[in-house]
Design a protein around this ligand. Structure first.
Ligand code: MG
Length: 380
């Protein structure tokens, strides 16, 4: 029986993870759960999965929940860090944004394998996290569908020598918008994603192609390739979840209907595969198309590629500016091209060649870029 600690149990990945655990209750059990503030849903999850440890980020909500269940509930960032440090088989990290980094580090230090749905962990902290995981003998199991696809194409052997990675992108909700339409595109339109049903942050990130950019950086760290070895391919049907190319020109693809439960169960059941519980892929009538990304309409993707090449502090800056802008775009306080405008300027003004050798450096550049963005927004 594998004991799982689930960070972010009330979000989209969190609830789907619990669906998987429910389905494989003979192999998987819940040791700990945490959320930011949705204690009503967490209460239901506690009743069903009976975790030994519980944490809630917002102190007041933690207290309310604790009163309701008559048990200790850890609270604040400290509570989540403490939960990540409890010994278990796998910590599934589906926290949103940079807040996922330090819990990942704590979990690795405790010797827990990581099922990683929080891509910012590697985007901002990949230079620290990957060597740390290696030194502790901890596995980083991808939960992102593209990275799970690459991992499967490699037959779970990350040491295989590959020529390049073909990272597929649905193109997001604005894939067919003209530049003029994009200038005035509203967040409400972005939230209707054509193929994937996801949380708000990642849905906006998909519409700007920031998500694909973050995934390039994530792939670079996970599979030890250079940015030049990663190519983005727009594939609107989201059936091919990514591909790898070998030096002899052979390409291996992983295909399935889009369903996050597949990458989640692979990460949790590894090295086993689960039983088939998905609609079988029907090839008759399946029309798969592939095109090049349009960097002119989606400049954030170009900026992300540049960050992936430059490495160091640039991905931290890219991510921090984006994290400040997403909630503003959700409230329609900024426009679509403000993302690339501020990200590009922040990279130019705040970037440098300092190596990311500690969490303090990540924290420093993260808050530098956040404060800079807030200042710029005040002036405009
Ligand atoms: Mg993805």
């Amino acid at each position: 029986m594998k004991k799982i600690i689930l960070l972010g149990s009330t979000g989209s990945i969190g609830t789907q993870t619990l669906d998987v655990i429910r389905q494989y209750s003979d192999k998987l059990s819940v040791l700990g759960l945490c959320c930011d503030k949705n204690i009503d849903l967490l209460y239901e999850q506690i009743k069903e999965f009976k975790p030994q440890y519980i944490a809630v980020k917002y102190e007041q909500k933690a207290q309310q929940l604790s009163d309701r269940i008559g048990r200790e509930v850890w609270s604040g960032d400290e509570g989540i860090l403490r939960l990540a440090s409890v010994q278990c088989d796998i910590v599934l990290n589906s926290l949103v944004g940079i807040s996922g980094l330090e819990p990942t580090i704590n979990a690795i230090n405790a010797g827990n394998d990581i099922a990683l749905a929080n891509k910012e962990t590697l985007v901002a902290g990949g230079d620290i996290v990957m060597p740390l995981a290696r030194s502790k003998g901890v596995k980083i199991l991808p939960v992102d569908s593209e990275h799970s696809a690459i991992w499967q194409c490699l037959d779970f052997d990350k040491s295989k020598k590959i020529s390049s990675i073909l990272l597929t992108a649905s193109g997001g909700a604005f894939r067919d918008f003209t530049k003029e339409q994009l200038e005035n595109a509203k967040s409400q339109d972005a939230l209707k994603h054509p193929t994937w049903n996801m949380g708000n942050k990642v849905t906006i990130d998909s519409a700007t192609l920031v998500n694909k950019g973050l995934e390039i950086i994530e792939a670079k760290h996970l599979f030890g390739v250079s940015a030049d070895q990663i190519k983005v391919v727009v594939h609107p049907q989201s059936i091919v979840h990514s591909m790898i190319s070998y030096s002899d020109g052979s390409v291996i693809a992983q295909m399935s209907y889009p369903d996050m439960k597949l990458p989640i169960q692979l990460a949790l059941l590894y090295p086993d595969r689960g039983d088939f519980d998905f609609s079988p892929l029907s090839f008759a009538g399946l029309n798969l198309t592939f095109t090049e990304p349009d960097f002119d309409r989606f400049p954030c993707l170009k900026l992300a590629l540049k960050c992936a090449k430059l490495g160091g502090v640039y991905p931290i800056i890219f991510n921090a500016v984006n994290e400040i802008l997403v909630p503003l775009y959700l409230q329609n306080k900024i426009k679509f091209y403000d993302f690339s405008y501020y990200i590009e300027r922040a990279m130019a003004e705040l970037g440098g060649d300092e190596a990311v050798s500690s969490v303090d450096i990540v924290r420093h550049y993260d808050s530098l870029a956040r404060n800079w963005t807030s200042e710029q927004l005040k002036e405009n």
